[in-house]
Design a protein around this ligand. Structure first.
Ligand SMILES: NC(=O)c1ccc[n+]([C@@H]2O[C@H](COP(=O)([O-])OP(=O)(O)OC[C@H]3O[C@@H](n4cnc5c(N)ncnc54)[C@H](OP(=O)(O)O)[C@@H]3O)[C@@H](O)[C@H]2O)c1
Length: 281
């Protein structure tokens, strides 16, 4: 099998390339600055042949997107629309990575794939447009919605809490009113490979099992790297970030389980596994 990976140098892309190597899958890596998915000429002429195109490229700065609206839509929506047309024209299936931020997080129960969407941020709106384009224009496709990623090649929550724990006075304030399932990109990459091998088509949720607030996740990190640190719960309102976040955006993974026969590891086991990686903190 040969996978063409866009956004291959990002947090997820790096682990996906690594997983391909481990699984004996040929991976063609494309990313900025040589390859820009918003450049239609490059999309038309430089996407190589492959069994699947996996799009991990995205505008991911959720707060900045509130003022860089055009840039967020250019990468997450317009480029994806063009990519879907190119892949369809060339008969290459497209796997698009999407996000829990397409939901408003007000339902209070884990979201299934067909639940109504209602993004509350520019980032979420731009990613939803990308999803809609893939559904409308692709022949064969997978849309993989995931959330709260952490991986070695990114500035993730675990690293940022780890840095504060190591450098600060052992007291942290972390939001307690946003609940998700923090997902390790190493495990998500394994799931992506299973999905492209599954022969399935459509939208699927893939996250770690279980759920926790950012505060609970920070406590779990502290227990592992600085026991005794004081992690204080605060509200999102106190943090006052530019973009709104869904308060409860846990995704129901049942479809992934039924398609692949495998459950994803829990967020807590994933954290343990991640922390064994060189460069995890
Ligand atoms: N991180 C999360 O918590 C999270 C949660 C849910 C879903 N997702 C989704 O998961 C996917 C992977 O996210 P990630 O966290 O791995 O993001 P990331 O680390 O920001 O990686 C994205 C990659 O895409 C590249 N890129 C940006 N604009 C591009 C363009 N115009 N052309 C080509 N490449 C471009 C980036 O390059 P530069 O770094 O040079 O900009 C980067 O290498 C995205 O679809 C994201 O929306 C992420």
């Amino acid at each position: 099998m040969k996978l063409v990976i866009l956004g291959a140098n990002g947090m997820l892309g790096t682990d996906l390339v690594r997983t391909c190597k481990f699984e004996g899958i040929e991976a063609i890596s494309l990313d900025l600055p040589e390859f820009d998915i918003t450049d239609s000429k490059q999309l038309e002429s430089r996407v190589p042949e492959g069994d699947w195109v996996i799009n991990c490229a995205a505008y991911t700065r959720v707060d900045d997107a509130e003022r860089e609206i055009d840039q967020a839509f250019a990468v997450n929506a317009e480029a994806v629309e063009h990519l879907a047309s190119v892949c369809n024209f060339r008969g290459i299936p497209l796997l698009q990575i999407s996000t829990d931020y397409v939901f408003d997080g007000l339902s209070g129960k884990p979201y299934c794939e067909d639940d109504p969407v209602n993004p509350v941020s520019i980032y979420g709106k731009s990613k939803l447009k990308g999803e809609e384009a893939v559904r409308a224009l692709s022949g064969r496709y997978l849309i993989v919605r995931t959330q709260s990623l952490f991986g070695v090649n990114g500035n993730n929550f675990v690293k940022s809490i780890g840095r504060k724990l190591r450098e600060g006075d052992g007291r942290l304030r972390v939001v307690e009113d946003q609940v998700s399932a923090p997902t390790y990109t190493g495990h998500l990459s394994g799931a992506i490979v299973k999905l492209v091998r599954s022969g399935r088509n459509g939208t699927v949720h893939v996250t770690a099992s279980g759920s926790c607030s950012w505060h609970e996740f920070a406590c779990a990190i502290a227990e592992r790297i600085r026991p005794g640190a004081e992690v204080l719960p605060v509200t999102s309102e106190e943090f006052n970030r530019p973009a709104a976040r869904p308060p409860y955006s846990v995704l129901d993974n049942s479809r992934y389980l039924s398609w692949t026969g495998e459950a994803m590891p829990s967020w807590s086991d994933s954290l343990d596994e991640y922390l064994k990686e060189p460069g995890a903190l």
